[in-house]
Design a protein around this ligand. Structure first.
Ligand code: PRP
Ligand code: MN
Ligand code: MG
Length: 177
């Protein structure tokens, strides 16, 4: 029995996740053909998704990582977004695709889009595995979207609960929450 089974139920199983990742990868491959693509992966939540998606994209891509935190380990957004780790190269003139695990209130992404736009990339698009529209506080256009979910506190496949449960291999929900 896996360590999480008592507390985590399945919302999106692994096979469904991986099938959707492959579809998104194929779509990105078509859209960016002939361009030099840079993934801007948002630490830490997007990492599992980003690693799988990168392998589903049939193009030579560059990976950058950017840390933004607003939840600071808790279950409610603090509303205050901070860059905790910046990318390693200038972003000017590059085709940037932000890779995120979830757009919830949208506050993190609204901050990040504005921050990256100010660095004058050649293009800036967003790919998010999940969208939770019921809690949106600001409108975010997602160019590549995995799944739309109801108002559950989700964990697994990168998403944490108090920094834990990121390594649950599917998108799960906390039982009794
Ligand atoms: C989570 C999640 C998104 C963001 C979404 O990150 O990974 O980045 O919150 O929430 P929002 O739309 O309400 O802003 P978190 O701040 O928990 O950091 P983490 O990725 O390191 O867990
Ligand atoms: Mn995050
Ligand atoms: Mg978190």
């Amino acid at each position: 029995m896996a360590f999480y089974e008592q507390e985590v139920g399945v919302l999106i199983p692994e096979d469904k996740l991986q099938a959707r990742v492959r579809e998104l990868g194929a779509q990105i491959t078509r859209d960016y053909a002939g361009k030099e693509l840079t993934f801007v992966c948002v630490l830490k939540g997007s990492t599992f998704f980003a690693m799988d998606l990168a392998r589903a994209v049939d193009l030579p891509l560059t990976m950058e990582f950017l840390g933004v935190s607003s939840y600071q380990g808790g279950t409610e957004t603090t509303g205050e977004v901070r860059i905790t780790t910046d990318v390693s190269k200038p972003m000017a003139g590059k085709h940037l695709l932000i890779i995120e695990d979830i757009i919830d209130t949208g506050l993190t992404m609204s901050f990040l889009l504005e921050n990256l736009r100010a660095r004058h990339p050649a293009s800036l698009k967003l790919c998010s595995l999940l969208e939770k529209p019921s809690r949106a506080r600001t409108k975010i256009d997602i160019d590549y979207k995995g799944f739309v979910i109801d108002d559950h506190f989700v964990v697994g496949y990168g998403l944490d609960y108090g920094e834990k449960l990121r390594n649950v291999p599917f998108i799960g929900v906390m039982k009794g929450k």
